[in-house]
Design a protein around this ligand. Sequence first.
Ligand code: NAD
Length: 304
Amino acid sequence: MSTIAWIGLGHMGAPMAANLVAAGHTVRGYDIAPACVQAAQARGVTTVASVAEALEGAEACFTSLPMPQHVRGVYDGPDGIWAHAAEGTLLLDTSTVDVETSRWCHDESAARGFAFVDSPVSGGTAGAEAHSLTFMLGGAPGDLDRARGYVQAMAGSVISCGAGTAGIAAKLVNNMMLFVSMMGVAEASQLAEQLGLDAQVFYQVADVSSGQSWPQRTWYPVPGVVPTAAANRNFDATFSVDLARKDCSLAVQAGQTTGVHLPAATLALSQLDELIAEGFGGKDCTLVTKFASPDGTLRGWDGR
Ligand code: NAD
């Protein structure tokens, strides 16, 4: 069993680190938020007061941080990972970042003699708790094999996507598909309502027909249809508008860089922006459904 450093013990990081502990590893965790540190401690993570301390004796170092700038900040500088990691420490970032930030992590790690693997995840907090996440890995073949050994205790699927940044590219493209297909589910749910269809009956039809999709099965935005939908809980976040906005904007940005036309993703992004402007950044991203409603009201949504 190994000693593993873990930086960022939030909604995803804490349960993922706990699953490494449950698999028999020693995890040395660091977070700037005291509440997150305490919660991780309660899950068996050995918490420490700095990145440098987290790296003491570590063979691998994971990061799970909110935004690209946090990843850059935690890697670089005199208090950062590169300054304190021992030779041979494998570096893995599970955060969702832009391709350029991931490329920077690869290049700057290599320049300092470290192996870096982009290791983003899909499956949300439920997948993190249930160690059923999909890991999308990008890096050199030998490093991918090493990474696979560490991530398997947290994963349902581990897919080696290719060279450096292939994992994060797959993650951004996948999530762009998610938000575009969620727009379809949102509009379908409201048209079905207005045409007088019973929500449960229409859901059953779609579930075995060509309209079926992951957001339809998991997030159908009408209360009482699927237990995992935020519509059952006044659209409290399972996947917040703020995080969805970040992922969607990174995909749209990648489209601009590559010249790929993304009108549907651009529309999805504008709806998420509108929700944020209305003060709903902390609510669930399936609240985009209100843009399809004839009068902006939704069953299961109290407007706050
Ligand atoms: P989160 O905000 O709950 O957790 C991030 C943690 O990082 C916080 O506890 C914060 O205090 C800590 N942090 C910030 N700056 C730090 C620093 N300098 N040093 C140490 N700790 C620092 O976010 P999350 O939901 O756990 O998501 C983490 C990453 O995983 C994000 O990039 C997100 O896009 C991605 N992701 C999230 C989900 C999801 O469903 N929540 C799913 C897949 C991927």
